[in-house]
Design a protein around this ligand. Structure first.
Ligand SMILES: Nc1ncnc2c1ncn2[C@@H]1O[C@H](COP(=O)(O)OP(=O)(O)OP(=O)(O)O)[C@@H](O)[C@H]1O
Ligand SMILES: [Mg+2]
Length: 263
């Protein structure tokens, strides 16, 4: 049997919780380990292309072409990057949210019909901070959900709302969807509020689902300005160390969720 890619959507409806930083840097970590990785940028802000130094030609196909033209192919929108094993499907910054015509399975069908799942070991989907067709397409196409969150007091409520949406998508249209892990971003365990919010999340979703977290590191922001993943921009910095550990923890979680051979 041909192997098929694991598909992880990185999502949180709240803006600025580290979705894009996490998507780019875990994609780079897994690619550096030799896995064939495809990062898909569903967010029209288009920041993944900046983080991986990809400049799509004007009018070139993007992931959003799928929602504009019935015959569009996702494979036409795949760009190699300067990092071995790491490819990107960029976003179209001019795509108008809401023009997806109510089809939440367009991305799922493209990945399946074009055989892309067999060409990669891991597909990472960076999702927009909106509740629209683009988010629904991201959730329907994925098998695992990774939720980065900033541990402030309103985060818990946001994560619970997101969990309700995930449950609905899983029961209505994507029974394969599973909550992989929650990832505290800009975490400082010396701050009482950070500890109480992360402890609350661990209690609610299970200790095993809470990853160790990413500390605040300006190098993570700078690496985007320098158009490269943090592991290349500043190896050994806090952000690079933390994302290396996040990738390790994700591998362990994936292994623990995988069905046993013969199932
Ligand atoms: N651990 C961190 N330390 C310092 N800055 C960070 C960290 N993680 C993310 N940032 C910065 O926080 C900002 C928001 O991060 P990012 O763009 O990854 O969030 P996002 O959830 O994708 O946002 P949006 O919802 O707008 O898509 C960026 O300027 C980024 O550089
Ligand atoms: Mg983003």
């Amino acid at each position: 049997m041909k192997s098929t890619a694991e598909i992880i959507v990185v999502t949180n409806r709240k803006g600025g919780t580290g979705k894009t930083t996490t998507s780019v840097n875990i994609a780079a970590e897994f690619a550096a380990q030799g896995q064939r990785v495809l990062l898909i940028d569903m967010d029209t802000q288009g920041h993944c292309a900046v983080g991986l130094d990809v400049t799509p030609a004007k009018d070139a196909p993007t992931v959003h072409s799928l929602f504009l033209s019935a015959g569009a192919l996702l494979a036409d929108a795949v760009y190699p990057t300067a990092w071995p094993n790491l490819s990107l499907v960029p976003a179209n910054p001019l795509f108008e949210h809401g023009s997806g015509r109510g089809d939440s399975t367009r991305l799922t069908r493209a990945l399946h019909d074009e055989g892309l799942k067999e060409q990669y070991d891991l597909i990472v989907i960076d999702s927009p901070p909106s509740f629209d067709d683009l988010l629904m397409n991201s959730l329907c196409a994925a098998r695992k959900v990774l939720v980065p969150f900033v541990p402030h007091h309103l985060s818990g409520e946001g994560i619970r709302n997101l969990a309700r949406i995930l449950f609905r998508v899983a029961s209505d249209s994507n029974p394969d969807l599973k909550l992989l892990a929650l990832l505290p971003i800009m975490l400082d365990r010396r701050i009482g509020q950070h500890r109480s919010v992360t402890d609350g999340v661990a209690r609610q979703f299970g200790n095993g689902r809470l990853l160790s977290g990413v500390r605040t590191d300006i190098k993570l922001a700078e690496s985007f300005a320098h158009r490269q993943p943090v592991r290349s921009y500043m190896p050994g910095c806090r952000g690079a160390e933390d994302y290396a550990l996040v990738a390790l923890e994700i591998s362990e979680r994936l292994a623990s969720l995988a069905p046993l051979a013969g199932d």
